[in-house]
Design a protein around this ligand. Structure first.
Ligand code: DON
Length: 557
């Protein structure tokens, strides 16, 4: 024990005393949603793999150990800073070729909400395996097989089910039954996922072995593809063999913008997140240029951030969608003068008017995010999802993985809110092979040319608030990583009218003052921030305590 303590002091001291240059850091760090993925990523980094290698291995591992959101049946976004170049990988799902604009409407033209949320018809064509393959082709250093293998092992040999996962599974089954939703979820997750038991997933292991050995073809063709399509045909889903064979992850130019001397690298369309964060931070900046900065999480702060949020979400609903299908006025929405003009009519003491539309809520939310910095100073911010917890709630039989319900992120009908209360119209209407608008916002912040912050969160539309507030907490209010990840957050998105969702922990007097202003306050947690922060060349990493994450910084002696 004493030897261990002495050794760790030596490691700590050497990290503190050695100068850390921009390109040859003496440390690497991960902030992951669970300990299995954290250990898998740390092992890859210890073996000399880079941040993208670690991300690929973590993504596959999460598909096994974090089934509520980690996936091979969904999609995501990866923001990358590699050899001092910014890059962005879009592995978002697309609508199947047979999808139509009216596919979730009944004969009277009303949205049948359950159909875009549960069962095979809710699924877009999965993008994750194509995404990981592309990431590996462009940046991978360790062999593909080495990166997929840990997930194979976890699925085949099993892992001990954490209490929090067991709780999510049983609550999900309860809610499913209460809402009369069927599907094969309980055939795969139930008795086998009791806390403390060893959970093995043989079908998933075999699918991962095919991916390991055959790469893309192990998923988008052959046996796995046949399992997916047979299940679709049996259950009324739309995905075909042609859809799978045609799926392609895309490299895109990330959004980059300056803010308070930093450079932010973040998610472009089909995410709404990057534009939203740019607008949100820009409006706050405009206001605090000519007014005092309110104290973090004070009444004035929650009001200001909410007012800015209203304007962000109004633009999101009107203009944003898949840039391969519509013209997104990205440049216009991010011009500083435009953002400043949007902030001009914010009244710092009163709520501005909004129309009233109420979204319907069914069940809990899950996506997942992780952040990595390697010893060369490269960084990955990766957010990935099957949309709600456990996606469409059904497993592709024979292939052993949960299907996504990402189709709900489209606007099924203009003006009708989706699960997250987001409305949209033409820009985000359903069309074959189109990507549904997302809020996922994996973000890297640079100071000069070095990584200052890597951040992201799940939470549907609240992702944008979690990301913006994690940036504000660290870089405007100078919190350390732990405090920034765990400080109570809040979210306002235009609709429902004047409603602010708050984490527990915002003080009572603030809540009362907001109610006195006319706000409706709904207390409920959202998000799960995993961030890495660099200060004076030293990395610190934090995973929000409410989840089951693990963050670690390793010093190289
Ligand atoms: O892409 C999106 O914006 C959503 N499908 C993300 C869903 C999500 O974050 C669920 N929850 N935590």
């Amino acid at each position: 024990m004493r030897i261990l303590i002495v050794l760790s002091w030596v490691v700590l001291l050497s990290a503190c005393t050695q100068p850390i240059s921009k390109n040859s850091r003496q440390e690497y760090a991960v902030a992951m949603p669970d300990k299995f993925a954290a250990d898998v990523a740390l092992a890859v980094l210890a073996e000399g793999g880079n941040a993208v290698d670690a991300a690929i291995a973590a993504q596959f591992s999460l598909a096994v150990t974090f089934p509520e959101a980690g996936n091979i049946g969904g999609g995501g976004f990866m923001t990358i800073y590699f050899n001092q170049q910014a890059d962005f990988l879009d592995y978002r799902e697309v609508a199947p070729g047979a999808a139509t604009r009216e596919m979730y409407l009944d004969n009277e033209g009303n949205v049948i909400t359950t159909q875009s949320l549960f069962g095979a018809k809710a699924s877009g064509v999965p993008g994750t395996v194509s995404g990981m393959w592309e990431a590996h082709k462009k940046y991978g250093k360790l062999p593909w097989k080495r990166l997929v293998q840990p997930a194979v092992g976890l699925a085949k040999k099993g892992f001990v089910v954490p209490e929090k996962l067991a709780g999510k599974v049983s609550r999900y089954i309860e809610r499913k039954q209460q809402n009369g939703i069927d599907g094969n979820f309980e055939d795969y997750f139930d008795a086998a996922t009791q806390a403390g038991s060893l959970f093995k997933q043989p079908e998933l292991a075999a699918t991962l072995e095919r991916i390991r050995d055959l790469g893309l073809e192990g998923f988008y063709k052959g046996e796995t593809a046949n399992h997916i399509v047979s299940y679709m045909q049996k259950e009324g889903g739309l995905i075909t063999l042609d859809d799978l064979a045609a799926y392609q992850a895309k490299w895109r130019t990330p959004i980059t913008f300056p803010w308070r001397g930093y450079t932010l690298i973040t998610a472009p369309p089909p995410s709404s997140g990057g534009i939203a964060v740019a607008q949100w931070l820009g409006m706050i900046e405009t206001v605090i240029q000519s007014n005092p900065l309110p104290k973090q999480n004070s009444t004035a702060y929650l009001h200001l951030v909410s007012e800015a949020g209203k304007r962000v979400f109004a633009d999101r609903a009107e203009y944003l969608g898949d840039p391969d299908f519509i013209d997104v006025p990205q440049t216009e929405l991010m011009i500083p003068e435009y953002i400043q003009s949007r902030a001009q009519d914010i009244n710092l003491t009163a709520i501005s008017a909004t129309d009233e539309i109420q979204p319907g809520l069914y069940e809990s939310e899950d996506t997942t995010h992780f952040s990595i910095v390697d010893s060369a100073g490269n960084a990955v911010a990766n957010t990935t999802t099957i949309n709600l917890s456990f996606g469409a709630g059904v497993v592709a039989e024979g292939a052993g993985f949960l299907l996504n319900d990402e189709m709900d992120d489209f606007s099924a009908k203009p003006g009708v809110p989706n699960y997250f209360g987001a409305i949209g119209g033409e820009a985000n209407a359903i069309a074959p092979y189109k990507r549904m608008l997302s809020s996922m916002t994996p973000t890297i912040v640079l100071e000069n040319e070095s990584v200052k912050l890597v951040t992201g969160s799940p939470g549907g539309t609240t992702i944008i608030s979690s990301v913006a507030q994690s940036i504000l907490n660290t870089l405007l209010f100078n919190m350390d990583a732990e405090e920034a990840a765990n400080s109570p957050r809040f979210h306002h998105q235009l609709l429902p009218k004047d409603t602010i969702r708050v984490h527990p922990g915002i003080d009572e007097a603030t809540i009362q003052a907001l109610k006195d202003m006319g706000y409706i306050i709904k207390e409920s947690r959202f998000g799960d921030v995993h961030l890495i922060l660099q200060n004076h060349g030293k990395l610190t990493a934090a995973s929000e305590k409410n989840g089951r994450g693990k963050a670690a910084v390793v010093s190289i002696p």
